[in-house]
Structures are given as C-alpha cells and as structure tokens.
Design a protein around this ligand. Structure first.
Ligand SMILES: [Ca+2]
Length: 435
C-alpha cells in the first residue's frame, strides 16, 4: 500500500512537467506491486480496489499501472521498455514522457480542450515549452539555467509577441505586427519604461517614461523627425493632476485636471468609481477584474482575477487620463476590466438608438443579448445601434476594459423614439441589478 502515495506524488509532479520526479515515481510503480493488494483483488468483478494501484505487464512488454483514486476516478500510466511513459488522467489529459538519446526528456501534454504543450528538459537544466491553443495561437517558452524566461505568442493574424523576463526583474515585450510595425516595450525594476516603435517606412519613435522621487512621471518622446516632446505628469495628494508638455517648437502646454478628470472651473463632481453604498439603489454595479497585460479585448471573466465590486452613477466618463484608480486600489490604472450590470425602466415601447463610446473595448448587452460590439484595443471610439425595445424593466450590461495606461472613456447614450437629440439615459430610470 505504501506505493500508492508515491505514485500519486509522481503523477502530480508529472502534470507540472517535472520529468525528473516522474521518472523516479514510475520507476517504482512499474515494479511488481504490493502483493497484499494484488491478492485482495483476485477473483473480484472490479479488479481495482479504491485508493490502490495495480501493475500489469502487457504482451508488448510494456507495463501499465492502473490507479483507482479515492474519488473513484482512474489514472493509468503505461511504460514501454524504452522508458516512454503515457499517462491518462481522469480529466482526459494525456501526458507522454519520453527520454531522448541526446539526454533530453520531452513531455507532451494534450488537454481535452485540444491544446497541446510540449516541454523539453535539457541536461543543463534549461526548459523549452511549446503550446498550441484551440483558438489558433501558439506559445513557445524557454527557461535558461540563469533564470531568464522567454515566451513567444503567435496569433492567427500573424502578430508575434515575445516577452522576456530577466532575473533582475527587467521585462521586455516585443510585438511584431503583420504590417511590419515593431513595438519594443522595456520595463525595468526601477519603474523606467522605454517604448520603441519602428514603422515599416523606417521611422522610429522612442518614448521613455521614468518616475521621479517626488512621484511625478516624465515621458520623453523622440519623434521620427528628430524633435523631442517631454511630458511631465504630477499628481497632488488631493488628486489634482498637472500635465506639462514641452513641444518640439519650444512652446509649453499645461493642463490641470481635478480628480474626476474634469478641468478646474467646471463643477467638481464625485469620483467616478466608489464603494457600493446601500443607498441610493440607482447605481450601476461593476465587478472589477485584473487582466493580463497585452490583452486586446474584453476578457472572459471566468478566466481573470476578480478584485471587488465598485459602483458608478452613470456611464458618462468622457475621454480622459485615468490616474486615480479605484477605492482601495489606487494604483490600478491599466489592464483592468469591469462587468457592469443594472436595470433600466424603459418609459415607452419604440425604437431607441444606443451609442457606446469607449477607450478601450466595450460591449452593450440588453437582456443578455449583444446589442453593440465596440471591443478591441483602441482609443475612444463610438458605435451605435437602433434597437426595438418594450416598455418596462430590462437588464442592461456593459463589459469594458482598459488596456495600457492612461486614457479611458466610457459613455452610453440613448436617443428616444422621435427625440431630436441623444442624451445619457437619465438615472431616474435606473435600478440595481436583481441578484
Ligand atoms: Ca486605454
């Protein structure tokens, strides 16, 4: 019976592609099993006792170890005389581990969703992995003994992204687009970020962003024509943001914004995103998620990290810099997504035109049906749709994400039947989502 936990540990290690561990485990498991286990199953209908494993030698001299897991599922591992092991896990994942003549070990994992990952471990300790996903993207990764990891992702449209992480914390992301544009983004542990954009026409733009000890952020951009633009963004403790731009012609532009993004002189309003209060109950409820950098669309919310619920009164975020973050998460200004739900009491039957303007992508759903798709990584962009809708309560949902800092926009308008102009949907028609 002692063999069982050893085998299970080996299988867990295998799924993490640690071939060395797996080799040790199968080496033991392929020996004749604990005799008491074998004798206990002889003559029974089901030859496998829960929580035990049995080993059998096949006509081709391979050995199959069948393990019945405590939950009733079965895992099988077959080892051929040349040392190749094939494991079938209860979830349908198949793993093949092969020792190659050159001393490397190759582990191929095929998941039920059709994705295939191949990992090669070399004797020098380096690892190379390759993954083919069902959506057509392929990812290859290497890890060298010094700790540098490189991941290259190729999309069906030909875009190739290579991310390199060095042991000192420097992250370089190089994106080659099908049109020939190359964007290289280098982030150092001290917060310095350099973005070099090379266009097919040979022009190069280099933009370096550094954070000064006083907290101000300075971006220096070398334009293709040799001129330089310098932008200094300073955020005061009260949330006021000052952006000073030194233009190539020697002029200076200064823009000051209060914490809500409006310029002084306008009536200051409350922050856009607040903790959800008990009252009033007319607010929109947004589930806030953190998403991976370089995402190019609204995420599948089941695959990203949920952070918290935040509330907002209206979708009236005019295109602006977003520097204030969220209540309790002040630093979150990029690579986040919101799943916003509320109800709208439509005042009369008729044809309504909805307009959604966002930076970056967004989608509008009414009663679960996609009405406007404005998705993608883009500056503020508006789409509209004429929609027939009946009087009474309807479930509204807007999904939205913010790509790289700092620009955001999120506005939803309607034009009522026979109305001359569009407007934000008056908050008097709003209620919280039922749930
Ligand atoms: Ca943006």
């Amino acid at each position: 019976m002692r063999i069982v936990p050893t085998l299970l540990v080996g299988l867990v290690a295998l799924s993490a592609c640690k071939t060395a561990n797996f080799k040790g485990a199968t080496g033991r498991a392929s020996k004749p099993n604990n005799p008491s286990t074998i004798s206990s199953v002889e003559g029974t209908e089901n030859p496998i006792v829960p929580g035990t494993s049995t080993a059998a030698t096949n006509p081709d001299a391979s050995t199959t170890t069948t393990t019945k897991n405590p939950d009733g599922t079965v895992t099988t591992a077959t080892t051929t005389p040349d040392g190749t092991t094939t494991t079938k896990a209860p979830d349908g994942t198949t793993t093949v581990t092969k020792k190659n003549a050159d001393g490397t070990t190759t582990t191929t994992t095929t998941k039920p969703d059709g994705s295939t990952t191949t990992a090669t471990n070399k004797p020098d300790g380096s690892t190379t992995t390759g993954t083919k996903n069902p959506d057509g993207t392929t990812t290859t990764g290497t890890k060298t003994p010094d700790g540098t990891t490189t991941n290259t992702t190729t999309k069906p449209d030909g875009t190739v992204t290579t991310e390199t992480k060095k042991p000192d914390g420097t992250i370089t992301t190089e994106t080659k687009k099908p049109d020939g544009t190359t964007v290289t983004d280098t982030r150092k542990p001290d917060g310095t970020e350099t973005v070099v954009t090379k266009k097919p026409d040979g022009t190069t733009t280099t933009s370096t962003t550094t954070t000064k000890p006083d907290g101000s952020v300075v971006t220096t951009t070398k334009n293709p024509n040799g001129t330089t633009t310098t932008t200094t963004t300073t955020t005061k403790p009260d949330g006021t943001v000052t952006i000073v731009t030194k233009n190539p012609d020697g002029t200076t532009t200064t823009v000051t914004k209060n914490p809500t993004g409006t310029t002084p002189g306008k009536t200051p309003t409350e922050p856009t995103f607040v903790e959800c209060p008990e009252y009033p109950d007319r607010m929109l409820v947004g589930k806030l998620y953190q998403m991976p950098a370089n995402s190019d669309r609204v995420p599948n919310f089941s695959q990203v990290k949920y952070l918290k619920d935040v509330c907002l009164k209206q979708l009236d975020v005019i295109d602006r810099d977003f520097t204030e973050g969220f209540p309790g998460i002040a630093g979150l200004v990029e690579w986040f997504a919101l799943d916003i739900n509320w109800r709208v009491n439509i005042p009369e039957d008729g044809m309504y035109t909805f307009f959604i303007n966002s930076d970056d992508g967004s989608n509008l759903y009414i009663d679960g049906q996609l009405v406007i798709n404005n998705d993608g990584l883009h500056p503020h962009e508006e789409k509209q749709q004429l929609t027939k809708i009946t009087k009474g309560w309807h479930n509204f949902r807007v999904t939205w994400y913010q790509g790289p800092r700092y620009r955001i926009a999120l506005e939803l308008f309607w034009k009522r039947p026979d109305a001359a102009n569009r407007e934000y949907i008056p908050t008097g028609y709003f209620a919280r989502p039922t749930r």
